[in-house]
Design a protein around this ligand. Structure first.
Ligand SMILES: [Zn+2]
Length: 254
């Protein structure tokens, strides 16, 4: 069950107190809320997928393949996908009734109609791959979905970002970033980082836990965040897509 309250709502303190007293486990995540005018005026929007059903399991452990030649040998950051995106057929119910969804590695999946609208829009920095469901024993089946892939990676973000924290950093400096739940995510970029942006981009930083000992089929990869222009947000909105939050980046001097 989800409850959404404003941070200065007195009911929030009472609720947190009551849950603690009853020893009920809960997660509190804070985020900023923006008006449509603010989203429209943003240079880029971080795409944040949320769904009560969670994200579908996909990636290296179900058969998606990757070229690791430019990736970090320790964490796998920079792994370049070389096949269709394979998702776990046991979890297909997670996609039911949705127009777009993210996998557990933040791969963006869109249905065919939304993929067509995106392609027709002439959005830059965007490529598509097929999506396959992996059934145990019975092989792979093509799904009526497409994976939205970004062809452009942004430079490292400004250290003035908040809600992005390195933990047990990898030697590459590119992974092991997490988003602590109690600090709102605010991504900052210098204006010079934005001269070469496309409509669809990914962050240089890769987030989340990883496990990589050289065998891709046994790997858990970190993943980048998607940053898109308001044009992509408008297409999602006009197509009636739900389940995403859009967070404007902050542009800073340095
Ligand atoms: Zn690394």
């Amino acid at each position: 069950m989800d409850v959404t309250l404003e941070v200065d709502d007195s009911r929030l303190t009472k609720l947190v107190q009551a849950l603690a007293e009853q020893k009920v486990r809960f997660w509190e995540r804070r985020w900023d809320v923006y008006t449509n005018a603010e989203l429209e005026a943003a240079r880029l929007l971080a795409v944040w997928y949320f769904s009560p059903e969670g994200s579908i399991f996909a990636g290296p452990r179900v058969g998606t393949t990757y070229d690791m030649s430019d990736a970090c040998k320790h964490c796998g950051a920079g792994a370049r996908q070389t096949s269709a995106q394979v998702v776990d057929a046991k979890e297909l119910h997670v996609l039911e009734g949705r127009r777009a969804a993210a996998t557990c590695y933040n791969d963006m999946l869109v249905d065919e109609k939304l993929a067509a609208a995106l392609a027709e829009s002439g959005a830059t920095g965007l490529a598509f791959r097929g999506v396959l469901a992996a059934f145990e024993q019975r092989g792979h089946f093509q799904l009526p979905w497409r994976q939205m892939c970004a062809t452009h990676t942004l430079p490292p973000m400004s250290p003035r970002s908040s809600g992005v924290e390195p933990y047990t950093p990898c030697v590459c400096g590119r992974s092991s970033f997490s988003m602590p739940e109690e600090v709102p995510l605010r991504l900052a970029y210098r204006s010079s980082d934005l001269v070469d942006i496309r409509d669809v981009n990914v962050t240089w930083e890769w987030f989340g836990d990883f496990h990589f000992e050289g065998d891709v089929s046994d790997a858990l990869f970190p993943y980048p965040l998607f940053l898109v222009t308001p044009k992509i947000w408008r297409i999602f909105r006009d197509e009636g897509v739900t389940g995403f939050r859009w967070l404007p980046i902050h542009v800073v001097d340095e």
